[in-house]
Design a protein around this ligand. Sequence first.
Ligand code: ATP
Ligand code: MG
Length: 416
Amino acid sequence: MRYQSFLIKYAEIGIKGKNRYIFEDDLIDQIKIVLHRCEGSFHVTRTSGRIFVNADGNYDYDGVVGELSKVFGIVGICPIAVCEVLPYEELSKAVTAFFGEEYPDRRHTFKVLTRRLAKNYPMDSLELNAALGGDLLEQYPDLRVDVHDPEIILHVEIRDRVYLYTHVIPGPGGLPVGSAGKAMLLLSGGIDSPVAGWMMAKRGLKLDAVYYNAPPYTSERALQKVIDLASKVSVYTGPIYLHNINFTEIQLYIYDNCPHDELTIIMRREMMRIAEKLARATDCGALITGESLGQVASQTMRSLECTNAVCTLPVFRPLIGFDKEEIIAISKKIDTYDTSILPYEDCCTIFVAKHPVTKPILDVIARHEHRIEDKIEEMIDRAIATDEIIMADRGGSKILKERDRELPAAMRAKVQ
Ligand code: ATP
Ligand code: MG
């Protein structure tokens, strides 16, 4: 195996002092979780601002790189060669041999970038850059030095041992999952909400999710699609607890009692109310939605004011300033797109009005909601009681808490 170790680079801005250790601990935990899935045995170490992944014996190189490149918090994965701290002559030989193996074709521009953390090494970094650069040119005459914009940077870090690398494989950036707490994602079967969840997980949030299902208007296949989407996002976030809530009774009640051009807004307010209750019960500190300004009538500024007004938790809408094309590009990158475009019906699409309000007025909406205030609280509690909890993981899903799938008799009558 050519590389026995990887140096893990992470962004250091804003994570100084005590926070830095918490951040590093979270990152190391996430790295250990993904390595667990890879062929081989590994240990993860940390020394002064660096995290190293060391393989013991044979391992699956592509598998490890593939897994690490999905760990939020990592900005670069550098496969490294390690040697002892050697006197200059021998060090130069080791460095030259390493470079020769890395780039058998030597028609490149390069520079050497040394970091000398072992201050007792007799040459300083500038001296080492110059001497090693000179030796490489002598050994490989096709090389050219370019200190400003080289094709290859040969990194030489002198610590307890010497670490050499030239490749930096990009990581996803962001912050380790969980380092920012946990939030509740409103996950529908569409393109937007899985992307929104992914984006907030990238900023360090662990995700729970809630899906509003309206059986028998929506099918088991629609539910399965949402589970599959959660599983796809979980490749980046770890297992997601998906709360499957039966929303039928509430939807029918709104449909029967409220103006139809306000259905979507009122329905969205009930979704947010339920999501907030679930969030508080499960230690989530925020809600996440896939809303994007102006995308549909329920996502105008006024509509967002109306949906926001029922929540006290912060609502994160990471896609608010994104065009659909930009959202689609991310959904393709994270592999949720093909699932999202499957045609199964969503509960929102069944009860939509032909001409929904685009500029709802909060007071008017609240007034019309008086018509449902009698029963809505108990319906919300009943909906929450239907909560079926599904653990969605990359390997599949598992029902953690079953619910009664039977509809109340009144609803069954309505449906026929
Ligand atoms: P998406 O593409 O994610 O379905 P959308 O463009 O269809 O979003 P809406 O239907 O207006 O937009 O929903 C806006 C947001 O509300 C969604 O991004 C999602 O966060 C949430 N949402 C909508 N429907 C549901 C549902 N059935 N269950 C859970 N959350 C939902
Ligand atoms: Mg939708």
